[in-house]
Design a protein around this ligand. Structure first.
Ligand SMILES: NC(=O)c1ccc[n+]([C@@H]2O[C@H](COP(=O)([O-])OP(=O)(O)OC[C@H]3O[C@@H](n4cnc5c(N)ncnc54)[C@H](OP(=O)(O)O)[C@@H]3O)[C@@H](O)[C@H]2O)c1
Length: 315
């Protein structure tokens, strides 16, 4: 496994991170049992993945707790989120941190984020809730303060664009993928300048893992006039097969592999999160992040084709 520093936090992270949410929720959403979810997280850890992301809202904290129970605590980076923060105050944040510690069976969190913050609530979060994370740090219960965006509703990063222009956050979680690359201009330059740790979500999601969903998303972009059929053809595809050329003309074995590699080799991204409940997919994805960047010409064509897209998440 490849490792790097999480921005200037001093924390070393694996290139791939286990995502405990998304459409899979470690398989629990597809009828998997908690024991199966525990096996996925353990298999990842056993192969060198040290980064695990979960949240109050996912229902996967207890699977993560069981998976990390008998590994040395300092060998894993545990990231969770306060999901139901809207009604809290500073004391409520501290109480919620205690609940997260209990759910995860640990005495400190490496990262705690406010989950899916929108621009309209950002000032409330910073003024009234963030002090709770600072107190938790002072008490030794938390190492790093984070914030995540609601990418489906905020695909143009209004909230995170403010967050990365402040010194409040050690870590952010951003949506960035082949289809919506807008974070490269709107978020990454400031994140790099400030040494903010960057976790990527939505690298694949549904549109890049299911062909019928990709066709729907690309057709919608064409209908909106955000991309044109001519641009799709210039890149090497057709409206009926917009990205088949990526696999034909690169060394990637699948579009999923290409999508994870596209994100993993972005300079500002420290952890590419992968949400899966499938051990074979996990295995593939662990191999994928250790492969080199996609061919430069393929990356440039993808950048050109989707350059104007900031209205969809790839859900
Ligand atoms: N606002 C937020 O804070 C927020 C929002 C969304 C996500 N997140 C975090 O980010 C993580 C990553 O997001 P995500 O789960 O949406 O990410 P993702 O890894 O981009 O997409 C997950 C989807 O891809 C499929 N998949 C994964 N590997 C595959 C493979 N090798 N072949 C075919 N399909 C594959 C999964 O299905 P299978 O189960 O069948 O593999 C699942 O449907 C989440 O788990 C969560 O921790 C945070």
């Amino acid at each position: 496994m490849d490792y790097q520093m999480l921005g200037s936090t001093g924390v070393t992270v694996s290139a791939l991170g286990v995502g405990g949410g998304g459409p899979s929720q470690l398989g629990l959403r597809h009828g998997g049992q908690e024991a199966d979810a525990v096996r996925v997280v353990r298999a990842a850890i056993d192969q060198g993945v040290n980064f695990i992301d979960t949240a109050e809202a996912y229902g996967t904290e207890s699977a993560v707790a069981r998976a990390i129970a008998d590994v040395p605590r300092e060998t894993v980076v545990v990231s969770t989120k306060i999901s139901h923060w809207e009604e809290l105050d500073e004391a409520g944040v501290l109480a919620n941190i205690d609940a997260r510690l209990k759910a995860l069976g640990t005495d400190y969190l490496d990262i705690c984020h406010f989950h899916a913050v929108t621009i309209g609530k950002y000032d409330h979060v910073v003024q009234n809730l963030l002090p709770g994370l600072f107190r938790a740090k002072e008490q030794g219960k938390l190492r790093l303060a984070g914030v995540t965006e609601m990418f489906n509703r905020d695909p143009g990063h209004d909230m995170l664009a403010r967050a990365v222009r402040s010194d409040h956050w050690d870590v952010i979680m951003v949506g960035y993928n082949i289809l919506n690359q807008s974070a490269r201009d709107l978020i990454f330059p400031d994140a790099l300048r400030r040494g903010i740790g960057v976790l990527d979500m939505f690298a694949v999601r549904l549109a890049l893992s299911r062909v019928e969903r990709l066709l729907e998303v690309v057709s919608a972009l064409v209908e909106q006039g955000t991309i044109t059929s001519a641009a799709i053809e210039e890149a090497g595809g057709t409206i009926y097969d917009p990205l088949g050329w990526v696999v034909r003309e690169s060394d990637a074995e699948s579009l999923v592999e290409a999508a994870y590699r596209f994100v993993r080799h972005e300079e500002a991204v420290h952890v590419t999160l992968s949400g899966t409940g499938n051990l074979e997919h996990l295995q593939e994805n662990i191999g994928t992040v250790q492969k080199p960047p996609l061919d430069r010409d393929v990356v440039l064509r993808l950048q050109k084709l989707f350059a104007g897209v900031d209205s969809i998440s790839g859900q």
